[in-house]
Design a protein around this ligand. Structure first.
Ligand SMILES: *Cc1c(COP(=O)(O)O)cnc(C)c1O
Length: 456
């Protein structure tokens, strides 16, 4: 073992940890922020610096970083029964209770839940379920998965194939049979003189054309985030889901809502699909499911898919899939508590109460000439920087504008995330009005400093 006592936390972090989704030149220049603990929506680093985390960790720490009820639920379950699986006809009582609760709070009147350790695995699992179903129903060619460019569905080989980001080319992905449709982002993808309604109609036409080209019998499912999260907080164009769902129905293609970010209150309703007025055939959940206090994902099957999959599994006697920690009792106990905290202890109410203030704060920042678009829903939002507002021309990539804004924020005790040319805000649901004001003040200062520095 090397002697590390004399080294900084930063040097130690970089020496022995392989970083993911991290801009390495930035780390070289600025070092790593090593966090030791949190208080409410704040995190505190090894130097004692406090940061308001306007990204809720990674969208998930919606109850803040020191919720006593969640820690107590975890401790109590660790003492009662610290770990188990859900194979071979055995599972914990907590798993049973969480499945019932998830169906109860879902938009489905009945259904079944399958557990994973992450959102990526939940998407992978549902794709495997759809492939399994296709073969069981004697349609082995029904394998193709439709998603959208800019979508984020995770990083495992299948979910990365669903993710519509150019970086997946670095892995030789997507796998065959993954098709990416146009991102329904009206501001960026709309044509000059095209109304939003016409744009939505074009998105629906594209779907029809892709189904006609590929053959409906070759398509296993369509996956969509109600609001695209890691693609840059992109709400669908008006009427999007109402336009595409009838087409998918007509062709017997399941519509899956990837609610990993939207689920459990982020958009102001429990589910993003409720905010946008559609009922999917299945839901993918993770992130806020445990308020970030345990790694867990869930596939929530609506009644029809649940029945068909159950019949298919009975036919061959088992669904040969599962993770060692699927339905982990501590994770389930924490999720039960998190759902209770979000729904019954005022967190969802607070999202609704804070949303007008959030929108007003965003609107104020939109007055800046170098903000091209503000967008979002509930307590998730993005500000997109542009060099020219009229032509929507981005700043040159090598200026790293959003990174500079985020770095300036970090220097002033605010964590927000650069995403392409945008800066993303998705604060914890426990935020107070004063903390929200602090968030916007710090962001406003950073925006002015960076834009003044660039545009002189
Ligand atoms: C984060 C995310 C995932 C992946 O979840 P992991 O737990 O990181 O694997 C999938 N879908 C969406 C919409 C996400 O935001």
């Amino acid at each position: 073992m090397p002697d590390t006592a004399h080294q900084s936390w930063q040097a130690r972090a970089e020496a022995a940890t392989f970083y993911g989704f991290t801009d390495l030149p930035s780390v070289k220049e600025r070092g790593t922020v090593v966090i030791t603990h949190g208080e409410g929506p704040y995190v505190i680093d090894t130097e004692g610096r406090r940061y308001l985390d306007a990204n809720s960790g990674l969208w998930n720490m919606v109850a803040g970083f020191d919720h006593p009820g969640l820690a107590a639920a975890a401790k109590a379950q660790y003492e009662r029964f610290p770990g188990y699986h859900a194979f071979f006809g055995r599972m914990s009582d907590q798993t049973v209770m969480l499945s019932e609760k998830l169906i109860e709070v879902s938009p489905f009147d009945r259904g079944r839940v399958f557990y994973t350790n992450s959102g990526s695995e939940a998407n992978d699992t549902l794709v495997k379920m759809l492939w399994f179903l296709a073969r069981a129903e004697d349609k082995p060619e029904r394998r193709k998965i439709l998603t959208r460019k800019n979508a984020y569905h995770g990083v495992t080989a299948v979910s990365a194939s669903m993710t519509g980001k150019p970086y997946n080319e670095m892995f030789g992905l997507p796998l065959p049979d993954f098709i990416h449709l146009t991102c329904p982002h009206y501001w960026r993808e709309g044509r000059p003189d095209e109304s939003e309604a016409d744009f939505t109609a074009r998105m629906a036409r594209e779907l029809e054309e892709v189904i006609a080209r590929e053959g409906a019998d070759t398509i296993a499912g369509f996956f969509a985030e109600p609001v695209m999260g890691a693609g840059g907080v992109i709400p669908p164009s008006a009427g999007y889901f109402q336009a595409i769902q009838p087409i998918l129905r007509r062709h017997g293609i399941p519509l899956v809502a990837d609610e990993v970010i939207c689920g459990f209150g982020r958009t102001g309703e429990v589910w993003g699909c409720q905010t946008y007025g559609f009922t999917p055939d299945a839901i993918i959940s993770s992130k806020a499911l445990t308020a970030g206090y345990f790694p867990m994902g869930a596939v929530i099957l609506g009644p029809e898919l649940s029945d068909r999959l159950h019949a298919a599994a009975e036919e061959v006697e088992e669904f040969p899939h599962g993770f060692t920690a699927s339905g982990h009792p501590v994770g389930c106990a924490i999720a039960l508590k998190a759902i209770d905290v979000i729904l019954n202890e005022g967190l969802l109410d607070n999202v609704r109460t804070l949303t007008p203030r959030f929108e007003a704060g965003m609107a104020r920042l939109a007055e800046h000439p170098n903000i091209g678009e503000i967008r979002g829903k509930g307590l998730m939002g993005a500000l997109e920087a542009v060099a020219d507002r009229e032509t929507k021309t981005p700043f040159p990539a090598d200026l790293s504008v959003s990174e500079r804004i985020a770095n300036t924020c970090t220097d002033h005790g605010l964590i927000c995330r650069p995403l392409g040319q945008s800066v993303v805000l998705c604060p914890p649901f426990i935020l107070t009005e004063a903390q929200m004001d602090e968030m916007f003040e710090k962001l406003e200062e950073a925006l002015s400093a960076v834009f003044d520095g660039i545009t002189g």
